[in-house]
Design a protein around this ligand. Structure first.
Ligand code: APR
Ligand code: ZN
Length: 389
């Protein structure tokens, strides 16, 4: 479909290409699927660019979620509104948008509070595969429903998203870059600026130097942190890490003692702030232990989907005065606050392009997954066929 014919398909079922996951961990199959028109409160988006984030990989691998297959994954993307359901008044066909997995209804107790970006109505749940509007799917193949993912399902040329999960952005911002603000960049930068509220001259430790960890480094740079320590077991990640302002890189495998002890020695008792960007319960504990007694704050950014293991924590540790918290989408209220981050990027105050290590046609999605799983990419942006970009 040509971009200038946008809107001509409104109200009709669209047949387009999507990467269908037929079963957990099974390679994606590019299929011709049907995408129904949006219902009231929904928006149909022509995705132009999408990337792969580790959460797609983690959830795709969970065997227990087999009941939500076949499924269309993807939650880090950008695109253009194709058509709107009834009652959507704040968007128009042709608007440039970023779909967001953390919706903002705008009127619940959380949305009315400036203290959180959580929403009572839109709760992130990777096990959910239906549209909340009618508990059905908008995707089908040969008459069989295909489940959604995080309300976004961006591994498709067209997707249907609730309008509370759609952010209108500056049309002059390049979609092939700002798609990363749909998850990784916003999550990492927001973890620092919104969740932890890191002050200038602070010391910071970042565990995991994928795109999310590097976005934390970028947030630390913006906040004016003076010491930013990157920790990763893959030393290849240190090269890019230095470009993102890490003052020191540590590989836990190089030390004969726990890495939190090394960090304590290097920082006179621990860092002011630590961030877990791996998604591993043991690393979460290590990140917490790396913080300074009395004031250290540790933020969990990574999602551990690999097991149901619990964190070991003795309540007496509370008297040591550290704070432990987590962040979803970096604390950004997507609809109202993501456009600010786009502006920051446009004013060259935020590095995003530096995270893009690969670009591939969407049809090569299995290769994009392989690159991330094997630790060879930070972000691989896939462009849709005929996206015009
Ligand atoms: N200690 C330190 N670093 C580790 C460890 C460990 N034990 N295990 C893995 N890592 C590193 C990897 O080498 C990799 O560089 O963590 C990094 C994770 O990066 P990516 O796989 O690129 O993941 P990313 O997309 O950045 O997401 C990170 O945030 O949004 C969540 O679900 C996502 O949990 C994931 C996390
Ligand atoms: Zn809400």
């Amino acid at each position: 479909m040509e971009l200038n014919r946008m809107g001509s398909t409104a109200g009709q079922v669209i047949t387009c290409k999507a990467a269908v996951a037929w079963a957990p961990k099974q390679p994606f199959v590019i299929e011709d699927i049907q995408v129904a028109p949006p219902l009231a409160s929904e928006v149909r988006i022509k995705i132009t660019h999408t990337s792969v984030c580790h959460t797609d990989v983690s959830v795709w691998q969970i065997k227990e979620l087999v009941h939500v297959f076949p499924r269309i994954f993807g939650h880090e993307a950008a695109g253009i509104v194709e058509s709107l359901g009834e009652s959507v008044t704040d968007l128009q066909a042709g608007d440039h948008v970023i779909p967001i997995f953390q919706g903002e209804c705008g009127h619940c107790s959380c949305c009315r509070s400036s203290k959180t970006n959580l929403c009572e109505e839109f709760v992130v749940n990777p096990a959910e595969g239906l549209m909340m509007t009618d508990r059905k799917t908008r995707f089908s193949i040969r008459g069989q429903p295909i489940f959604h993912f995080m309300g976004t399902s961006t591994f498709s040329e067209f997707t249907v998203v609730h309008h509370a999960q759609v952010v209108k952005v500056d049309p002059s911002a390049p979609l092939h870059s700002i798609c990363l603000l749909g998850c990784g960049v916003a999550t990492g930068v927001g973890a620092v600026l919104k969740t932890a509220k890191v002050e200038a001259e602070s010391s910071v430790a970042i565990f995991g130097l994928g795109a999310v960890g590097l976005a934390v480094a970028e947030g630390a740079r913006i906040a004016g942190a003076s010491k930013v320590i990157g920790v990763d077991i893959n030393p290849k990640k240190f090269i890019k890490g230095k470009l993102f302002g890490l003052t020191e890189c540590l590989n836990p495998l190089d030390y004969g003692q726990p890495i939190q002890q090394v960090i304590h020695q290097k920082t006179d008792g621990g860092v002011d702030y630590s961030f877990e960007c791996v998604g591993n319960v043991d690393v979460m504990r290590t990140a917490y232990d790396s913080c300074h007694k009395g004031w250290g704050v540790s933020v969990v950014v990574g999602v551990d989907t690999s097991s149901r293991r619990l964190l070991e924590f003795n309540p007496l540790e509370l008297f040591e005065g550290r704070t432990w918290t987590g962040t979803i989408f970096g604390g950004f209220k997507g609809r109202s606050q993501l456009p600010e981050l786009v502006d920051k990027y446009m004013k060259k105050e935020l590095q995003v392009d530096e995270m893009i290590t690969h670009r591939l046609p969407f049809l090569e999605i299995n290769e994009a997954f392989k690159l991330l799983i094997e630790g060879n990419s930070l972000r691989c942006i896939m462009h849709m066929p005929n996206s015009g970009y």
